[in-house]
Ligand binder design. Structure first.
Ligand SMILES: Nc1nc2c(ncn2[C@@H]2O[C@H](COP(=O)(O)OP(=O)(O)OP(=O)(O)O)[C@@H](O)[C@H]2O)c(=O)[nH]1
Ligand SMILES: [Mg+2]
Ligand SMILES: [Zn+2]
Length: 334
């Protein structure tokens, strides 16, 4: 039997996985039968499992993969896997190495987790200064996801050739003041590229953000050999058309990997419980535990709330507190 190899999942589609194995070969892989069955079980909705008459009630819904107890069953781009090679460019995935972290969201209108990327070193949240205009409430949502996952995050404001309004300048100050690096870039003018390259070198990075902000343009500019499809902005709506689909990792010349992803219009932070939400707002953290009530959720009507006091004093931005309240309401509804 051939030796097993380890590798990185760089894209996936229709049950196939493209894996760059550590010997430098890119292989098109399927899943070994055992893994496929575990996947089918894990993906079955919970009530379907409950009505299975042949299964004991105590039966686990997810079967651990053979290699490790806590290995993920749903394989995502960014996962490291062990596989048995099949010919020069094929293989069968045998096991998944446990994940360090992941960035996930709830798929639109489906109560199910969608993993954007596993094992990230950095998330770059890309927004445009115009075309489409930035929506900072959406930026706050992305920040909840990356903070909850503990992933270092930078904000990239692209298309600065279109001009920076006063509102946007104020937002740059706000987010930079919170400690997030804010990179100002223009792909058409080649502005900010060195800074961007320095941040990406040697790391596994996800580019994410709304459609049409220039994520694929950014990838193509950084790595000209890649040629991701770039969309035209729809004249009518000023919104992009979701030109990119799926998530794919590309190798960087300076080392590291960069993933482009489709623009996300709606983003429901997956599985962030109401009690955990406040800690994902970095400026709330020093105040947590100082409210009059230990279980304070910092709602608009909360008594003796330290977060309220900070908003009233202007040390916490009202826009950030409003984002918090909106997300709290959603988290409580789940
Ligand atoms: N003015 C200006 N336009 C840009 C810049 N970068 C990208 N664009 C344009 O913005 C449009 C959308 O770019 P894409 O790179 O496809 O955007 P995307 O974020 O990948 O979009 P999705 O794949 O739909 O998520 C294209 O028409 C680009 O030419 C920039 O720095 N300035
Ligand atoms: Mg794109
Ligand atoms: Zn409070």
């Amino acid at each position: 039997m051939a030796d097993t190899l380890e590798g990185l999942v760089i894209s996936r589609a229709h049950g196939y996985f493209v894996v760059r194995t550590d010997d430098g070969v890119t292989r098109l892989c399927t899943l070994r039968g055992k893994l496929r069955r575990a996947r089918a079980l894990a993906q079955r909705p919970p009530n379907a499992t409950r009505t299975q008459p042949t299964r004991r009630p105590s039966a686990p819904t997810a079967v651990p993969t053979p290699a490790t107890e806590d290995a993920p069953v749903v394989i995502a781009v960014g996962d490291r896997v062990r596989l048995t090679p099949d010919g020069p460019t094929g293989g069968a995935v045998e096991a998944v190495v446990p994940r360090r972290n992941k960035l996930a969201r709830a798929a639109i209108e489906a109560n199910e987790e969608q993993i954007l990327l596993a094992n990230l070193d950095l998330a770059v949240l890309v927004f445009a200064v115009a075309d489409p205009a930035p929506h900072f409430g959406l930026l706050d949502r992305y920040l909840v996801l990356t903070e909850d996952a503990g992933i270092p995050t930078i904000i990239c404001l692209n298309k600065i050739d279109l001009g920076i309004t006063q509102d946007i300048a104020a937002a740059i100050d706000l987010y930079a003041g919170l400690g997030y690096p804010v990179l100002l870039t223009s792909m058409v003018r080649g502005v900010g590229l060195d800074d961007l390259r320095r941040n990406l070198a040697g790391r596994v990075t996800l580019l994410t953000g709304p459609s049409g902000v220039g994520k694929s343009s950014l990838l193509n500019t950084i790595e000209p050999h890649v040629s991701q499809r770039i969309g035209e902005i729809s004249e009518a709506t000023g919104k992009g058309r979701h030109t990119t689909t799926g998530v794919q990792l590309f190798p960087l010349r300076d080392g590291g990997w960069l993933a482009d992803s489709a623009g996300i219009r709606e983003l429901a932070p997956w599985g962030v419980a109401p009690e955990r939400l406040a800690a994902t707002f970095v400026e709330f953290r020093p105040l947590l535990g100082t409210c009059a009530y230990d279980d304070c959720l910092h709602e608009a009507n909360a008594d003796g709330c330290a977060i309220h006091a900070a908003v009233a004093a202007g040390t916490i931005a009202l826009s950030r507190y409003e984002s918090y309240l909106r997300l709290l309401e959603e988290a409580e509804a789940n």
